[in-house]
Design a protein around this ligand. Sequence first.
Ligand code: NAI
Length: 281
Amino acid sequence: MKNIFVIGAGQMGAGIAQVFASHNFSVKLFDVNEEALKKGIEGIYKRLDRAVEKERMTKEGAEQAKAHLETASSMEDAAHCDFAIEAVVERMDVKEKVFRQLDDIMPDHAILATNTSSLPITDVAAVTNRPSQVIGMHFMNPVPVMKLVEIIRAIQTSDETYERVEKLAEQLAKTPVEVNDYPGFVSNRVLMPMINEAVFTVYEGVASKEDVDTVMKLGMNHPMGPLQLADFIGLDTCLSIMEILYDGFGDSKYRPCPLLKKYVAAGWLGKKSGRGFYVYE
Ligand code: NAI
């Protein structure tokens, strides 16, 4: 697999394109929004230049990565690619449309991956005529920095597809883990209930938000407290993942905290909206 098609040039898609291009893959990056595509490419160039300044990358390496990166003017440009990874908005209807298009356009041998953090890979695979070649490849944010890739097998994913994607992750110098397709995979199934429980401790007046974060930082050696982390992720994203866990397992242990719901209803979504559990300038 040499030619990579990345769909969505936002936070994740641009990071994914950067990592592939930095490891000598030929990358085509596509976004429906031209402005987003331009911004995505500019962000990649800026991060590569910064990596050179900080001596984390050679100048030649950065120039090579830039040379390996192209923008695509339409989805049709996927026709000569071996692997596609989708990082568009977290909406099933949008993802299904993208996967139907990729399935029509791409050669038979191509593997189609999604970077979704919460939608079922099995359902995405089911809209294509090649479900055994569909898989989840869940990168962490920021992609160039974080080592982990959760590789999620839909129920239809073949062993061959899994093995090829595992090898691909290793070629990107990432550490792959194998996960089956159940709500929240492993990352969000473990992380989000912890965040939700932290919100419950504030809601019930067990401790202040600052103290909850201090307990987890100094007591558990977490680099960031769960409430601050929730603000960074976005409280709307946290709520939507809790709802997916609750809905998917039908277990009351996943019920979202009423305080989390109230913050989201108020538009207090965390860092991106200027206010969440904390206030941001
Ligand atoms: P984002 O909002 O930064 O970027 C999404 C991009 O997709 C936008 O530029 C938008 O114009 C584009 N887009 C929308 N519909 C499209 C279409 N039909 N074809 C092509 N491009 C289209 O979103 P972000 O944060 O990069 O998330 C993307 C995916 O990655 C989501 O599925 C999300 O769940 C997942 N993810 C996000 C993480 C995060 O920390 N932000 C972490 C891991 C996964």
